[in-house]
Design a protein around this ligand. Structure first.
Ligand SMILES: C[S@@+](CC[C@H](N)C(=O)[O-])C[C@H]1O[C@@H](n2cnc3c(N)ncnc32)[C@H](O)[C@@H]1O
Length: 379
């Protein structure tokens, strides 16, 4: 059923990994095995385990034809978690505060020295082993964008001369009485209020311990949005994408705190007794990497319908137009696990936004339910 460029991705745990892998190698040929992804299922060891606590599961990824298969890029995880903001109306768009230093202090000693903070008068250094991101003239120009002039001053700290606010009498003990610092505070404050801060900016969060991280560097969203090359290890942090913390349940359902179960609970409510739910982000990653934006995703063991929600959520978030086909059994004689009570129920709720935990933004899109009645063969 796969297209020539199609991909098969199967989630499997350590008990069946080898057998399944051998079978798939035989069917697809080892050269078409694109990846064995190790994803972190739980964060901490389960206390009742006596041996080695299993924290990871696997995704086996095969291409019908490795030469025709295409692997996409993943969204930058910080971008996905919404940490890119635009607090200062920067015309270059959303950015995330990142480190103003780089590794390489020992090899770049000329980039290791103190810089005086124009808001506090404190001298800041790169952390041990690191150096300022840019060479001295560029760093000087960058901090002077705060409207304050700097000069070189030897602080007897065994390093290259520090960049100190011009005219400050005693840089190591500068306080509000120093006229040069007073003027710097006023200029820098005015600059901060004006918005569109310089690329190197001084942190204004007073709750943080003063220290190395005071001078930050803007990493713009447009610079990272082309995405990152995936690796074969997917850490659990990446699976906390949904805002599940808005729903609080007094006890973990089915004795598990799996992200997937929490996500399902939020949509359909508790009591579904389905605990082999995969986290949305796992499937969103797989789909993003291996299904083109107009692709068709087939999940023949749909369970709670995570694949369907992942496709709809990606369509809503990125403007993609993927479709899905989910197959799940429904046995009315046994209370219909799970096709209509769970799979279709979840999808209906995410399409309309009528979650059990309350109204949310509808994902839109739609689906239809088709029932196949299978009659056992006689004889
Ligand atoms: C491990 S669950 C899948 C969970 C799913 N990935 C999720 O996140 O909810 C496997 C599902 O396959 C379904 N299933 C197993 N054999 C099936 C069959 N022959 N036909 C249809 N569904 C089947 C089971 O009912 C079960 O819901």
């Amino acid at each position: 059923m796969l297209k020539p460029g199609g991909i098969l991705a199967i989630c499997i745990d350590h008990r069946e990994l080898f057998r399944l892998g051998q079978m798939l190698d035989e069917m697809f040929k080892p050269q078409n095995r694109l990846a064995v992804i190790n994803w972190q299922k739980i964060m901490s060891p389960k206390s009742h385990d006596t041996g080695v606590s299993t924290a990871t599961e696997y995704v086996l990824v095969y291409a019908k034809d490795e030469e025709q298969a295409k692997t996409g890029r993943l969204a930058h995880s910080e971008a996905a978690s919404g940490s890119y903001q635009n607090r200062d109306d920067d015309p270059l768009g959303p950015w995330s505060p990142s480190d103003s230093t780089l590794m390489g202090g020992p090899t770049h000693p000329a980039q290791v020295y103190g810089i005086q903070n124009p808001f506090t008068g404190k001298i800041h250094y790169p952390q041990e082993g690191r150096c300022w991101r840019n060479e001295r003239p560029k760093m000087k120009a960058a901090v002077e964008e705060w409207g304050v002039k700097y000069e070189d001053r030897d602080l007897d700290d065994g390093l290259h001369p520090a960049l100190v606010i011009k005219g400050v009498k005693d840089p190591l003990a500068a306080d509000a009485k120093d006229p040069a610092l007073k003027s710097a505070v006023s200029k820098a404050t005015k600059r901060r209020k004006a918005g569109n801060w310089p690329r190197y900016f001084w942190r204004d969060d007073q709750r943080r311990q003063p220290g190395h991280g005071e001078l930050r560097y803007k990493t713009y969203f447009f610079e990272v949005q082309e995405g990152v090359v995936p690796t074969t290890f997917w850490a659990s942090d990446d699976f906390e994408l949904l805002r599940i913390d808005t729903v609080s349940w007094p006890h973990p359902v089915s004795g598990t705190t799996d992200v997937g179960v929490k996500e399902l609970n939020a949509v359909v409510g508790r009591g579904h007794r389905f605990d082999t739910v995969k986290p949305m982000a796992l499937f969103q990653n797989i789909i993003t990497l291996w299904s083109p934006p107009g692709g068709l995703v087939l999940d023949p063991f749909a369970g709670s319908g995570t694949t369907g929600q992942a496709v709809l959520a990606l369509n809503a978030a990125t403007g993609s137009e993927r479709r899905f086909v989910l197959v799940e059994q429904g046995r009315p004689s046994r209370g219909d696990p799970y096709a209509s009570s769970l799979t279709a129920n979840r999808l209906r709720r995410v399409v309309t936004g009528e979650w059990a935990s309350g109204e949310v933004e509808p994902l839109g899109g739609g689906f239809s339910v088709v029932t196949a009645v299978l009659t056992p063969r006689r004889g």
